[in-house]
Design a protein. Structure first.
Ligand SMILES: [Zn+2]
Length: 143
């Protein structure tokens, strides 16, 4: 009975489909963050922001110390090293600035009541992900 086999397969198909899409489905249906969870995360965000500001200050300090180098007295190799070192500091500093902005965005989102809500699908982002990243704006799957 060929038709019977076929219809049985069709009947099974939604299950297969659901399995394949399982992760996204769970993520989208996550529970909303509780006020207490948000409060916890907010404290951590503020702490992290303070730390990051501190790190930027230190980095900026090391850049301005580095800047007045004497290009003619040092060897080419020293110069290249100094240059690479400064590049590294600038890159790190940019990274920290970006992090600062993300943390400030997160605080704004908390104020606006949009914290923990995926900007792509509008679903709730799981607490675990928010606790791990502090600044996530999307589900892993929506990114
Ligand atoms: Zn999403």
């Amino acid at each position: 009975m060929k038709t019977e086999t076929l219809s049985r397969q069709t009947a099974l198909e939604p299950f297969v489909h659901k399995n394949g899409n399982g992760l996204r489905h769970t993520a989208a249906k996550s529970r909303k963050l509780t006020t207490r969870q948000i409060k916890n995360l907010e404290t951590r965000i503020r702490e992290k922001l303070r730390e990051t500001h501190e790190d930027i200050k230190i980095l900026n300090g090391s850049i301005s110390e580095e800047l007045p180098t004497q290009p003619y007295s040092s060897s080419i190799a020293d110069n290249a090293d100094g240059h690479a070192e400064r590049e590294k500091i600038v890159r790190e500093s940019n990274h920290l600035l970006k992090l600062c902005r993300a943390l400030e965005d997160a605080l704004t989102a908390i104020k606006n009541g949009t914290y923990g809500i995926c900007t792509v699908c509008g679903g709730n982002i799981p607490y675990n992900r928010m606790a791990a990243t502090l600044v996530a704006k999307q589900h892993c799957e929506c990114k």
